[in-house]
Design a protein around this ligand. Structure first.
Ligand SMILES: [Zn+2]
Length: 303
């Protein structure tokens, strides 16, 4: 199942028009205003409009992203409280809209230490899970690049949080290809892809992976820098994207493209990913041959 982050200027239902235009089977949106702490009320009419736009679209699953303002690992008591309350609102709103998954960054520990940060994240998620009656939406911890003091850049950290929360119905994982590469997992090439997935399976469990962010990375391996690139234009190479697209274990889980300039480039990047899925066998090793093969029918680089 393939899709991307869609623009929602003019209201959330507009996201489904982009999905139709770009042929997305899944989309990612924010269900609140992502840069603001205040969250305006939601009317029944808005919910109705969202659901009917969804029904009239090719979208099977909707993923929501928790705003970056939220930091559940923060040592600042006030920010931690606000973040917890916002996560509660995000989850409740996602439930009203019938959203399937809510992607969450595990947080940054700031001037404290990593273990205390992880404990605060766990405590906040625990509190939310006990208070929530939303049966529809599953929270997904995103694998992170490891920028600054962020947690969740190793499979062990993600596994630790999941084990402590111990509620597999309530929480799973969103695997971000650009982030794990920047975090130091080399997923370039078919063999490495399998090795990294085997490691993920041993430490976290592949059954916990509920969504994938398919992004190339402008940042180098192990740079701990979070810089997404268009598919085939970063450091990852095309092999991993072909492997993911063809991987029968992930056919039914949302694969979401999150690239810069999404308005201009989403359509051709989605087309490239679909094309990679159709190519049988491995891609040729030569970058030039790869480019020719990709360009041949469907893919035209419009940049
Ligand atoms: Zn991501």
């Amino acid at each position: 199942m393939l899709g991307c982050t869609v623009p929602t200027i003019g209201g959330l239902p507009k996201g489904f028009s982009w999905a139709r235009k770009w042929g997305c089977e899944c989309i990612q949106i924010y269900v609140t205003l992502s840069r603001r702490w205040d969250v305006p009320g939601l009317s029944e009419e808005e919910v109705f409009k969202f659901k009917s736009a969804w029904q009239d679209s090719p979208v099977k699953k909707v993923v929501a992203h928790v705003p970056y303002l939220v930091n559940l690992a923060s040592p600042d008591k006030n920010l931690w409280q606000k973040s917890k309350e916002r996560l509660r609102i995000e989850l409740s709103r996602a439930g009203q809209f019938g959203v399937n998954f809510l992607v969450l960054h595990p947080g940054s520990y700031g001037n404290s230490n990593k273990l205390d940060g992880m404990k605060r994240t766990i405590e906040a998620i625990h509190a939310i899970s006990n208070a929530s009656d939303n049966q529809k939406t599953q929270i997904l911890l995103e694998t992170m690049a490891g920028q600054g003091t962020s947690i969740g850049s190793t499979f062990e950290e993600i596994a630790y949080i999941l084990e402590e929360i111990n509620n597999p119905e309530f929480i799973g994982v969103c695997f971000d290809t650009a982030h794990i590469f920047a975090a130091g997992y080399d997923i370039r090439g078919y063999k490495n892809y399998e090795m990294v997935l085997t490691e993920f399976d041993e430490i976290i469990g592949l059954n916990k992976m509920k969504a994938i962010h398919v992004n190339d990375s402008r940042a180098n391996l192990g740079s701990r820098s979070d810089r997404h690139a268009c598919i085939g234009e970063g450091k990852l190479g095309l092999e991993i994207f072909q492997a993911i697209m063809k991987d029968t274990r992930f056919l039914t889980i949302p694969k979401i493209l999150e690239i810069p300039e999404r308005g201009k480039r989403s359509e051709d990047n989605l087309r490239l990913l679909r094309k990679l899925q159709l190519i049988s066998g491995h891609l040729p090793k030569s970058k030039n041959l790869q480019k020719q093969l990709i360009r041949k029918e469907l893919y035209v680089n419009i940049s």
